[in-house]
Ligand binder design. Structure first.
Ligand code: NAG
Ligand code: NAG
Length: 353
């Protein structure tokens, strides 16, 4: 009897200890996201733009088959990251009226499909510019202070992981698509430097608002997106080396920026999360990951469709998206998102876990 009693006490103490330990070790209480379609969970549903995906077959492998506005058949990388951090399985969109500050307190995304570092990029499809994402973040901080109280909110902000994922649209939707625009003002290298300047001041602003843990995301191999391969007719529809080279060059500059800002801003922990190599490896060696198709996407013909062109009436859409690296002509499948986020969590974000 006494023995059992003692065992119970021991178990109770052990449980208490484990709960305490879990609280201490859960060092990231929230994930706060800025960026483009790679991390938009439905903000664009609430603004007048054609950069949308809140209709089927988008979301067909999401919980309940719901087309939330994520540009994929299921979850996106930041959802998987939030789950890996033990927070929750999805990160809600700030403008989605079905969520409240109590939901956003552990994670929120301000991202908008079609946006970029450059104001001129967000203008192309009338989406939310990066500076406006920051304004929404300031509004969010006010709501968080009302909800948690001043000191608890400040603590939450300084311990939260801030994720930035954008840049592809600055090159593909803006620079290379509109020859009369930025191309007439900048060489590609000076345009990269212009964007790096914006990234630098954005991170400085986040720091000024209390953020201390920040992940700066790199560019994917842009030349391997199905849309870019489709137009690479001279190159036999292979990856466009020129665009991949721009990704590599820009990523090197982002990396250098993180080294500089870690020295300049005391107490900041800024990391560079680079999806380039893991994605290129998946594209070059798809069978190692269980994929069968890399050059075209699952939705519709897989060559050029995204947004409204990727719709439920298209008979060509594949039946098993898990065999495809890309869901639409510009965005990875849920399975690819899961592999890339696992990789980034293990290689880079583990230091925050
Ligand atoms: C982008 O637009 C906002 C709002 O007009 C402005 O405050 C900001 O300076 C612009 N950014 C750049 C880099 O020009
Ligand atoms: C891309 O970079 C590689 C390695 O630096 C170089 O050999 C190649 O010529 C570049 N290709 C293009 C199209 O710029």
């Amino acid at each position: 009897m006494e023995y059992m009693y003692n065992t119970t006490i021991c178990l109770l103490l052990l449980t208490q200890f484990l709960i305490l330990f879990a609280e201490i070790s859960a060092k990231v209480p929230a994930i706060i996201v800025f960026g483009d379609s790679s991390v938009d969970a439905g903000n664009n549903n609430q603004i007048p733009t054609i950069a949308r995906s809140n209709f089927q077959p988008y979301g067909r492998d999401f919980k309940g088959g719901k087309p939330t506005g994520r540009f994929s058949n299921g979850r996106i990388t930041t959802d998987f990251i939030a789950e890996a951090f033990g927070l929750k399985p999805i990160i809600p969109a700030y403008l989605d009226p079905s969520y409240k500050i109590s939901d956003f307190a552990t994670g929120v995304t301000f991202a908008s499909a079609g946006t970029g570092y450059d104001n001129a990029t967000s203008s192309v499809l009338s989406v939310i510019p990066l500076w406006k994402e920051l304004e929404y973040y300031k509004e969010y901080q006010k709501k968080l202070r009302n909800y948690l109280g001043e000191s608890e909110a400040n603590k939450r902000i300084s311990e939260a992981l801030h994720i930035m994922s954008l840049g592809t649209n600055d090159f593909l939707e803006n620079y290379y698509s509109l020859p009369g625009g930025r191309q007439s003002q900048f060489s590609v290298t000076s345009y990269e430097d212009y964007l790096i300047g914006i990234a630098r001041s954005f991170i400085n602003s986040l720091y000024g608002l209390g953020a201390r843990k920040i992940s700066l995301g790199g560019l994917p191999p842009m030349g391997c997106l199905p849309l870019e391969r489709a137009t690479n007719i001279m190159g036999g529809n292979g990856c466009r080396e020129k665009y991949n080279n721009v990704s590599v060059e820009f990523n090197n500059k982002l990396k250098k920026l993180t080294v500089e800002l870690n020295k300049e801003l005391s107490g900041i922990k800024l990391v560079f999360s680079n999806p380039y190599n893991v994605l290129l490896h998946i594209i070059r060696k798809p069978t190692l990951y269980g994929f069968e198709v890399t050059s075209v996407a699952c939705c519709a013909t897989g060559i050029f469709e995204m947004g409204y062109a990727c719709n439920r009436n298209n008979l060509f859409t594949c039946t098993d998206a898990n065999k495809y690296v890309f869901w639409d002509a510009f965005h990875p499948t849920q399975k690819t998102n899961s592999i890339v986020s696992n990789y980034v969590v293990k290689k880079v974000l583990a230091e925050f876990l």
